[in-house]
Design a protein around this ligand. Structure first.
Ligand code: TXA
Ligand code: MG
Length: 354
């Protein structure tokens, strides 16, 4: 299949932009089209059509038991697809919609059962990206859209990442530049009381609790013994090709020391070592490790964790363009957006800590 590419400026886009109209026409015809959201690029298809939704699963190589998030433009659309909406859902929407928050609600059987993977609930989100919103408005459809990567690889934050993974497998890619948040939406189940966070993401637990009071975290986020309530969370994910290890330390200095020690040991064995660090840590490694056998990637500023979230997936992908044998990654405090960062890093590491 030939994959069409369009470039769209998010600052001037409207639902009447020719590229947006073309993308919407393809979606209405049952094709899968990738587009930017404020979190990561999504691979969209008509959520009412079994055939269209199946194209997403085929293009991504996604397991059929992993349900998709449905993207809507306007809150009035909600009642067409879900029922028994608790008042807490409206409270969350008042504060965080449009934005990086996905609500798990009971659906009313009008959506494709492939999109919901046969569950009685569905994830709904109102994306806050002008290109995503223009496409939703122009197509006037509920759009099922998982992240637009091959299943298992890091989510795409730029159109070129989507192209690497899905060229020839989807009808089109709308390039609207680099996404903003960099990690996916927070998934929260509001069918239970108190609501439960199933996947940490762009809206932090602290922000949510400031609005609706205390929430639960899916126990599977802490322990590998529990089965995650969000089917997608059970897979190894976001992973670069080389094995990735998370390296801890009592203090920041000890973490740096620990990484240096591990890196030197690997280098002595003739390995090439990748290091995932921040602006603050870069020189520690650059000064002490041999240039030819080290590949240092800076993913942002430790003192501004939102910059780490923005760059994380791109840097994980960058290691695939090199011949590193092993990746050593710094860890971050699990608070605010740091919770989502650590969740993705732990998935990328398959839970491996040094
Ligand atoms: O930011 C995002 O949410 C991006 C952009 C494109 O909107 N989308 C995204 O979709 O991350 P995806 O498919 O990569 O992740 C959806 C997650 C999966 O972990 C899935 O298992 C979970 O949401 N999910 C979807 N429906 C669910 C349901 N009914 N119950 C529990 N978890 C659900
Ligand atoms: Mg995904």
């Amino acid at each position: 299949m030939e994959t069409k590419l369009w470039q769209v400026d998010p600052h001037t886009v409207t639902d009447r932009h020719p590229a947006i109209e073309e993308a919407a026409t393809l979606l209405k015809a049952g094709e899968a089209v990738a587009f930017p959201t404020e979190t990561v690029y999504g691979l969209g298809a008509n959520a009412l059509s079994d055939e269209a939704v199946q194209k997403i699963f085929t293009a991504k190589g996604r397991p059929a038991d992993n349900p998709l998030i449905i993207h809507l433009y306007d809150r009035n659309q909600l009642v067409r697809y879900v029922r028994n909406i608790p008042s807490i859902a409206y409270k969350l929407l008042d504060h965080f919609a449009p934005g990086p928050l996905t609500l798990i609600l009971e659906h009313n059987d009008s959506l494709s059962r492939y999109a919901t993977a046969g569950l009685s609930t569905v994830g709904i989100r109102f994306p806050d990206h002008p290109v995503a919103r223009a496409i939703l408005q122009a197509s006037d459809l509920p759009i099922a859209a998982p992240s637009a990567n091959r299943s298992g690889s890091p989510s795409p934050t730029e159109a070129k990442h989507v192209y690497q993974d899905l060229n020839g497998k989807v009808a089109g890619i709308v390039d609207g530049g680099v996404t903003g948040v960099g990690v996916e939406s927070t998934v929260i189940d509001v069918t239970v009381n108190p609501p439960m966070i199933l996947r940490p993401g762009g809206v932090s637990r602290e922000q949510i609790e400031a609005v609706i009071g205390s929430v639960q975290m899916d126990p599977a986020l802490k322990s590998t013994d529990a089965t995650p309530r969000s089917p997608g969370m059970k897979y190894r994910h976001y992973a670069p090709e080389a094995p990735l290890y998370l390296v801890k330390g009592e203090t920041l200095t000890q973490m740096y020391e620990h990484i240096l020690q591990e890196a030197k040991r690997c280098i002595a064995e003739g390995k090439k070592v990748g290091i995932l660090t921040t602006v603050e840590g870069r020189s520690v490694y650059a000064e002490q490790l041999p240039y030819e056998q080290t590949m240092i990637e800076v993913c942002g500023e430790r003192r501004r964790l939102e910059t780490v979230a923005q760059n994380l997936y791109d840097r994980l992908r960058k290691f695939n363009e090199t011949d590193v044998d092993i990746i050593l990654a710094e860890v971050f405090p699990s608070e605010g957006i740091g919770t989502a960062i650590m969740n993705r890093l732990e998935k990328a590491a398959g839970g491996k800590y040094i």
